[in-house]
Write a protein that binds this ligand. Structure first.
Ligand SMILES: [Zn+2]
Length: 460
């Protein structure tokens, strides 16, 4: 409702799974996609043009009681031997990476466990109902957009008390979505997904009246076991683990049949509509290229045809030349407030090298990203005395689109907060026409961010 990016779709912002049964699960009637059989595009098997994945993390894999996949990413694996070794069965009360618990043998103190073989994770002791059927996609011929209807999502958990948090590690008598005593970063399939669980057929031919099963996948990524933390509270090693998890998920989801776009994002703060306080983000694998990503791609292709140059490369050059909207310039990344920023707080994190997706980043780029991104989140939180709600959205090149080579990976962080106690609401012009009217100049936003960064830098 607040962001034009609309990452949460018509169901409102997303929360991951909870204890309720999806008893009003949306039933996707058989034959709901009449033109499935004659749908010829996009072809899932088409090779991905120009994709050169870097090194990928090797998570420990498990299954939840209803068959959903669960993956543990370890700080030690992400950061190498200097990282802290801790398996999914580790005990947070014991220092030194004690290997005890079902997820043990991931290494001892000193963290020489980066190359430790995967171990069996703890089993999920719950008795869960069967997973709901896929939601339904309907085509809007007025806008050319698909809309996902997931009635079962009405049953999902909404701001549960801390002792019922489904993202906290499991305790005796209190099983959660994470059947381990502790974890670093965990990813699992959403129990009430807007897309998936099946990934079989491409979406139907877009035309008036078209419906299609909402294939794809929705995953939850929990940034740590600490319920009261936020991403900005994480240390640099943990931030790097999250980056590695994003990269690994991007590569794996992109390779799944029918997945056209992988979108990692975080909604932070109840004002954005977050339904769980535990620090977490989400990763959507869409069965089509969403309209915003298509727009970016079309603009980049048009720019290439007109100038022979890459659009984001020219934007970066333009911003570095002007300088006044640049918040931070690193060796591998640039943080800037865009020339025509729509939201009261908006910052883009752009790789200096042309790269399409997170899995294509080099080790040095991932390391600097973890530091730059943490600094940006802490900077945003230094603007006001209380935490600022935000949406952090990764724009990646579509997985198989023939023009994907023109799309450059970047993060867009936006917040509707325009004053200590004021939020920008998208009303008539923005919500209905998509015509934005800015409240503050991008130059003043950049200056405030630079000043806040200097303040936290001075405190550190
Ligand atoms: Zn929690």
């Amino acid at each position: 409702m607040i962001s034009e990016d609309g990452p949460d779709g018509p169901d409102g912002p997303d929360g991951p799974d909870g204890p309720e049964d999806p008893d009003d699960a949306a039933k996707n009637p058989a034959g709901a996609a009449p033109d499935q059989e004659r749908t010829a595009q996009p072809t899932p098997e088409r090779p991905t043009p120009g994709r050169t994945p870097g090194r990928l993390a090797r998570p420990v894999r498990g299954r939840l009681a209803d068959g959903r996949e669960l993956l543990y990413f370890s700080d030690a694996d992400a950061a190498g031997p200097a990282g802290k070794a801790r398996g999914p069965g580790g005990d947070p009360g014991e220092s030194g990476g004690d290997p005890g618990g079902p997820g043990g043998e991931t290494g001892g103190a000193g963290g020489a466990a980066a190359a430790a073989p995967p171990v069996a994770p703890p089993e999920d002791p719950r008795d869960l109902p069967a997973r709901p059927d896929a939601s339904e996609l309907r085509y809007d011929p007025l806008t050319g957009e698909w809309v996902s209807f997931a009635a079962h999502r009405q049953a999902r958990t909404h701001l549960p008390p801390a002792d019922e948090c489904p993202l906290c590690p499991s305790r005796d008598g209190q099983p959660t979505e994470v059947p381990a005593a502790d974890y670093d970063v965990v990813v699992f399939e959403n129990r009430f997904p807007s897309f998936g669980p099946l990934q079989v057929n491409p979406v139907s031919e877009p035309r008036l009246g078209a419906v299609s099963p909402a294939h794809g996948r929705c995953e939850v990524i929990a940034f740590g076991a600490g319920h009261a933390d936020s991403f900005g509270d994480l240390g640099p090693v943990r931030a790097r683990t999250v980056v590695e998890a994003w990269a690994q998920r991007t590569a794996e989801l992109s390779a799944m049949p029918g997945v056209e776009q992988v979108f990692a994002f975080e909604n932070r703060g109840a004002d954005i509509g977050v339904t769980l306080h535990h620090p977490h983000g989400q990763i959507y694998a869409y069965p089509y290229v969403p309209v915003r990503a298509l727009t970016h791609l079309a603009r980049a292709v048009a720019h290439r045809e007109r100038t022979g140059r890459n659009l984001m490369g020219d934007i970066l050059e333009f911003e570095l030349g002007a300088g006044e909207r640049v918040v931070e310039r690193g060796e591998h990344w640039t943080v800037l407030v865009p020339f025509a920023a729509r939201m009261p707080i908006e910052a883009h994190v752009v790789p200096n090298r042309h790269v399409g997706s997170l899995d294509e980043l080099s080790a040095a780029e991932r390391a600097e990203l973890a530091a730059v991104y943490l600094r940006l989140l802490r900077t945003v939180d230094a603007l006001y005395a209380t935490p600022t709600p935000y949406i952090a959205a990764w724009f990646q090149a579509p997985t198989r689109h023939p023009d994907r080579a023109e799309a450059r990976l970047h993060l867009q962080l936006t917040s509707p907060r325009r004053a200590e106690n004021k939020l920008k609401y998208l009303a008539g012009s923005e919500a209905a026409m998509g015509a934005f009217i800015g409240d503050v100049t991008p130059e003043s936003t950049a200056e405030r961010l630079r000043q806040a960064a200097a303040r936290i830098g001075a405190r550190a």
